[in-house]
Design a protein around this ligand. Structure first.
Ligand code: ZN
Length: 333
């Protein structure tokens, strides 16, 4: 048993309290490898933004849960080395699906876990969430739960159709499960193909697809039911079209990839939404940078020569999100 406190990590309690009161959101960035982790920490140290490092089931399979945990410990030391005196870094399990998995993360030093039982019936979702909460809270580890179904594909989490969270269920769910934050479904979705072209309009000026707006009415209803309660948005990448264009220009084939417009996320961040999950955008930035090097310098075979630019590009993306979308810069001085 290792407590996250010994590793210099923090849970989400203070982060979320300040974010809800201050009208901004904490970035939750997924990480799978060293370059991504370095880019996240460089961006957060430079902007003094609190951050949630997320580990998905795909990341655990790819990089190994233990390695990622040690990388998070390294991230805290790296942040200090970069001059961030009091780094606020949370290590979070993304989409935990069993009690045993959540427990193993609590036991090895994660400071926050998500139990996603949203595919189960309401009563079973409450029951499993409560079981995780009871264990995690013994060690001051915070728990995110989910109500409603997001469409899209994220590692092993996938659903054909979305079902908006029902505002009339949130009070009972939050009270009985004891969760610390709640992921809701209001139209965001996982992956880089968030909407089918037929769901979108076409912007006549640019020819780009414009997705349907998020269900802010549902969000506001939920806020009214649970004043000040931390709300989480998954699947909130914006799929920057310049990255998609770069990928396609250098041999990629991403067709009709479309995300959540940043102005809508900006609006959500001002509400009770205090954690916004971004994964696909970083994948796109990394892929675009690597494809560009491969196309322009075909003789290059030193991985540092393409992973380096990929890291720089991800850092730029993370800083943009922190400063221009989530508003979390300067909140962890
Ligand atoms: Zn998710």
């Amino acid at each position: 048993m290792v407590s996250y406190k010994e590793l210099g990590l923090v849970n989400t309690v203070e982060m979320f309290k300040k974010a809800v009161a201050g009208g901004y959101a904490i970035p939750a960035f997924n990480f799978n490898n060293m370059e991504q982790m370095q880019a996240i920490i460089q961006a957060c140290a430079e902007t003094k933004s609190p951050v949630i490092l997320q580990v998905s089931s795909g990341a655990r399979k790819y990089a190994n849960q233990t390695i990622l945990r040690y990388m998070a410990e390294g991230a805290v030391q790296y942040a200090k080395e970069l001059g961030w005196e009091h780094p606020q870094i949370c290590l979070h399990l993304d989409h935990g699906d069993t009690f045993e998995l959540c427990k193993s993360c609590v036991d090895m030093g994660f400071s926050s876990v998500m139990i996603d039982a949203s595919s189960l019936p309401f009563e079973e979702n409450i029951k499993l969430t409560k079981q995780v909460v009871e264990y995690a809270h013994k060690y001051d580890v915070t728990v995110e739960a989910e109500l409603g179904v997001l469409a899209g594909v994220e590692d092993e989490v996938s659903a054909e159709e979305s079902h908006y969270t029902k505002p009339e269920e949130v009070i009972e769910f939050a009270t009985r499960s004891g969760c610390d934050s709640l992921a809701i479904s209001i139209g965001t979705s996982h992956g880089a193909y968030k909407f089918k072209p037929e769901q979108c309009k076409v912007d006549p000026a640019t020819g780009r697809l414009v997705p349907p707006p998020l269900a802010f009415d549902v969000l506001h209803e939920i806020e009214k039911k649970l004043p000040g309660f931390p709300i989480v948005l998954h699947g909130s990448s914006s799929v920057p079209q310049d990255e998609v264009d770069t990928i396609n220009k250098y041999g990629g084939a991403l067709k009709a990839a479309v995300g959540i417009p940043e102005e809508q996320l900006r609006e959500a961040a001002k509400s009770a939404v205090c954690k916004i999950n971004i994964d696909s955008d970083s994948r796109l930035a990394m892929t675009a940078a690597i494809r560009k090097v491969f196309a322009e310098k075909p003789a290059e075979f030193d991985p540092r020569k393409y992973l380096g630019p990929a890291r720089d590009s991800m850092k730029k993306l993370y800083m943009h999100k922190i400063i221009n979308v989530l508003g979390s810069a300067g909140k962890a001085e």
